[in-house]
Design a protein around this ligand. Structure first.
Ligand SMILES: CC(C)(COP(=O)(O)OP(=O)(O)OC[C@H]1O[C@@H](n2cnc3c(N)ncnc32)[C@H](O)[C@@H]1OP(=O)(O)O)[C@@H](O)C(=O)NCCC(=O)NCCS
Length: 188
């Protein structure tokens, strides 16, 4: 474990620093600079950044949206399984990632807890689409926070990776990874 007081939440990284880290953890060009700029300028994004000694090391992007705005396969799965309406306002736990050198020290948990605390004020059900592989720490973390498994969508990013020409850090290009859909019902 680390001394969390050495780390600064909600620091102001450059877009290029976020892109560089995303290229390493997710794969080349999965997140483009224009997409990151879009996130940063969209007031519906709940963003928590983390820095150590002025170095950007991680970020969590949550989005205040509706179920209908998500990928249609996710919408279908959730409406069928949980009977939510498509217009249901939700928080999408969009992306959380940390520089490799800082992983496994409890910082991902701190980052997720920090961002989930901000999102809790909205009191909305939450959804996340995560990589389906044994040992995915984000999956473990979200389960600890009350997210339930809704189902698996095979080769979730396949078409998107071909259309947007990005490569996956796990399986290359096109991406053939499956997605696990996680859902956290409203708390009160
Ligand atoms: C996912 C990520 C943000 C987690 O952050 P982290 O700092 O590495 O994780 P932490 O040290 O905070 O550990 C989080 C939890 O994972 C679990 N965990 C730790 N090591 C694990 C392992 N080897 N296998 C499975 N679970 C593990 C633990 O339960 C831990 O919670 P606990 O300490 O309360 O038991 C980080 O690893 C990351 O950025 N990975 C690359 C990007 C990524 O995969 N993002 C998710 C895309 S779906």
């Amino acid at each position: 474990m680390v001394d969390i007081s050495e780390f600064v939440f909600d620091c102001k990284p450059e877009v290029s620093d976020i892109k560089l880290l995303a290229d390493i953890v997710f794969g080349q060009d999965y997140l483009t600079e224009s997409r990151i700029e879009e996130y940063l300028s969209n007031p519906n994004y709940i963003i928590t950044t983390l820095c150590h000694k002025d170095r950007f090391i991680g970020v969590s992007f949550l989005l205040n949206t509706t179920l209908a705005a998500l990928d249609e396969r996710v919408v279908e799965l959730i409406t069928e399984k949980f009977h939510w309406k498509k217009e249901q306002p939700i928080i999408l736990h969009h992306q959380t990632f940390l520089a490799e050198a800082y992983q496994g020290l409890g910082l991902g948990k701190a980052l997720v807890l920090h961002s989930e605390k901000k999102a809790a004020k909205e009191n909305l059900p939450q959804v996340s689409v995560v990589w389906q592989y044994t040992g995915n720490k984000l999956h473990t973390l979200l389960k600890q926070l009350g997210y339930k498994e809704a189902g698996i969508i095979p080769k979730y990013w396949h078409k998107d990776s071909l259309d947007k020409k990005y490569s996956c850090s796990i399986c290359g290009s096109p991406c053939n990874c499956d997605a696990l859909i996680l859902v956290k019902p409203q708390q009160r």
